[in-house]
Ligand binder design. Structure first.
Ligand SMILES: CC(=O)c1c[nH]c2ccccc12
Length: 116
């Protein structure tokens, strides 16, 4: 369909999200942290965020710019670095995601300054 022309920001954010998901090789960020299992999570993290939630927000057109999308990405990463101890796989995945996902977002902002 032609939605990608009618909603160019949405198609940019979809491809950006696909690139970010591809780098989440341990699927650390794909779903919300299960707070039934991780019972102290909400004592430390006040605003949980994950890639499936970002996908849902994208489909509901809740992002009006690449910067708004980046704000949720940064929230997701900072939550991960706040909750997990530095010697864990999760923490290292957060550092790598900040680097790799951050680079993809910065490139998208350069390529599409009209949607910054
Ligand atoms: C992204 C993140 O912090 C987590 C992703 N899966 C988890 C399981 C237990 C505790 C934390 C997490």
């Amino acid at each position: 369909c032609l939605w990608y022309e009618l909603r160019p920001l949405e198609s940019i954010l979809r491809s950006l999200l696909e690139g970010i998901k591809a780098r989440d090789t341990n699927d650390v960020f794909g779903q919300p942290v299960d707070t039934d299992q991780v019972t102290d999570y909400l004592e430390i993290v006040s605003h949980p965020m994950d890639l499936s939630t970002m996908q849902a927000k994208l489909e509901k057109q809740e992002y009006d710019s690449i910067g708004a999308f980046e704000a949720d990405f940064n929230l997701m990463v900072s939550n991960c670095l706040a909750y997990n101890r530095k010697d864990t796989m999760f923490y290292r995945a957060g550092v790598r995601m900040r680097e790799q996902g951050g680079a993809l977002i910065e490139q998208a902002r350069k390529d599409h300054p009209e949607f910054n």
